[in-house]
Design a protein around this ligand. Structure first.
Ligand SMILES: *[C@@H]1O[C@H](CO)[C@@H](O)[C@H](O)[C@H]1NC(C)=O
Ligand SMILES: *[C@@H]1O[C@H](CO)[C@@H](O)[C@H](O)[C@H]1NC(C)=O
Ligand SMILES: *[C@@H]1O[C@H](CO)[C@@H](O)[C@H](O)[C@H]1NC(C)=O
Ligand SMILES: *[C@@H]1O[C@H](CO)[C@@H](O)[C@H](O)[C@H]1NC(C)=O
Length: 386
């Protein structure tokens, strides 16, 4: 038994083909609404799962009951993203997927009385395996944290005002999730292209204990799990946190003194910015976009962005995606954003696939299909016309 474990560990170390962070630029898409469904972007899926008017997964599980919910969610996980999607990503020149998951995928982190769908790990294994067999890198992202980290947002899995995450108990639960995933990534061959573990998506600002306690604990948990598996530093995971631009503080502030393989994440949604919503202003903003490196020049990935404009203007003549004459501008803006983000470590678009009735501004796949996003990256610099 002991011998077998040693062999398995040895094999896992040898079979990891990627170094911590690849040299190439990250060009990726988020698998949004897959392991955490967001009704606004996937209304048909939501309906077909029987979730009706539920605002988030938590409410849907509560209304369906555990057993029916598990059946509905498992069917979704089994069918929403397939090998064909990965074939297309490859064809479109993408090399990375960011996979948002909830802590409830590691079921020992589910507290009694919590309404989470069960049985997800097998489907996560399957999809990272597909990424691996397509040589597509994976960023695994703790998107729904124990107790909920951001208010009134379906992306956490539970739309509620209460952000209970910021407590020692829930930090422990998050670390249980991270320990499990670290071990799984290093010992299951499906995870051979999984190279980043992101410890938390989009925290609420101004929780001092996040910086002083949660992040150091998360870092140490991942590294000590790797030590116990004898993973050499050259194969250690890259650990990612939201940058201080996110407003929650400098994530590196209280980490141990000797850290390695860190990366940062920031999200750039011009739709939610104060930039005046005109074509010229958006383009100018993206052309001149910069990311001050407050955090010791760690690699920065723009882990979420889209082609959406300010909501009031979305369907105006100037911006309507159904008017062909606007496509050229969207193409330039896409290129300007790509150019700016590739001055950093790269980017991950939100999202791959949506059900927004032909509004391709949140769907990389659809934007390629309508000809706004090209498959060839070689002319991005010129296309931006900055
Ligand atoms: C990790 O979580 C999965 C899903 O809950 C579970 O099946 C597995 O046993 C856990 N692994 C460890 C090492 O605890
Ligand atoms: C995997 O993809 C990377 C770039 O994304 C490339 O450098 C590497 O050669 C590829 N490996 C294989 C086995 O195709
Ligand atoms: C880390 O370094 C700082 C400054 O050099 C020092 O004050 C601190 O005690 C060190 N912390 C640890 C945990 O070694
Ligand atoms: C263009 O963006 C830059 C910042 O990148 C800003 O300083 C400048 O004022 C903008 N120009 C116009 C015309 O809006």
């Amino acid at each position: 038994m002991a011998k077998l474990t040693l062999l398995t560990t040895l094999f896992a170390v040898i079979s990891k083909t990627l170094a911590a962070l690849p040299n190439h630029k990250i060009r990726g898409v988020n698998l949004g609404s897959f392991f955490i469904v967001e009704p606004w972007m996937s209304s048909q899926t939501w309906k077909s799962m029987g979730c009706g008017n539920a605002k988030s997964e938590w409410d849907c599980v509560a209304s369906l009951g555990q057993e029916r919910a598990d059946t509905a969610f498992q069917k979704h996980w089994d069918t929403f993203i397939t090998a064909e999607d990965f074939d297309k990503m490859k064809e479109y020149g993408l090399n990375t997927v960011r996979i948002p998951v909830g802590h409830w995928f590691v079921e020992e982190t589910i507290a009694p009385g919590e309404n989470w769908p069960r049985g997800g790990m097998k489907y996560l294994d399957k999809v990272v395996g597909l990424a691996g067999s397509h040589n597509i890198s994976v960023i695994l992202d703790l998107h729904g944290a124990p107790g909920v980290q951001a208010p009134n947002n379906a992306f956490t899995g539970h739309t509620t005002e209460n952000t209970g995450f910021y407590s020692p108990d829930n930090y422990n639960r998050a670390c249980t999730f991270l320990r499990n995933m670290t071990e799984r990534i290093h010992t299951h061959d499906q995870y051979k292209t999984t190279f980043i573990l992101e410890v938390l998506n989009e925290p609420e600002p101004n929780h001092a204990s996040l910086i002083s306690s949660c992040y150091p604990k998360a870092y140490t948990t991942i590294r000590s799990t790797e030590s116990s598996l004898s993973i050499p530093e050259s194969h250690a995971l890259t650990i990612q946190m939201m940058s201080s631009a996110w407003g929650a503080g400098n994530p590196l502030h209280s980490l141990p003194n000797s850290t390695f393989n860190l990366a940062l994440d920031t999200h750039r949604y011009l739709t939610y910015s104060s930039i005046p919503p005109t074509k010229a202003d958006y383009l100018n903003a993206s052309c001149g976009d910069t990311f001050p490196s407050e955090e010791n020049n760690k690699p920065l990935i723009i882990g979420e962005w889209s082609l959406a404009v300010k909501q009031e203007k979305e369907w105006s003549d100037e911006f309507s995606p159904t008017r062909k004459e606007n496509h050229g501008w969207y193409r330039r803006w896409w290129a300007a954003q790509v150019r700016a983000y590739e001055k950093q470590k790269g980017w991950v678009f939100w999202s791959w696939k949506t059900e927004l009735g032909g509004d391709w501004r949140w769907s990389y796949k659809e934007a390629v299909e309508v000809g706004v996003i090209p498959k060839d990256f070689s002319k991005v610099g010129e296309m931006a016309e900055c």
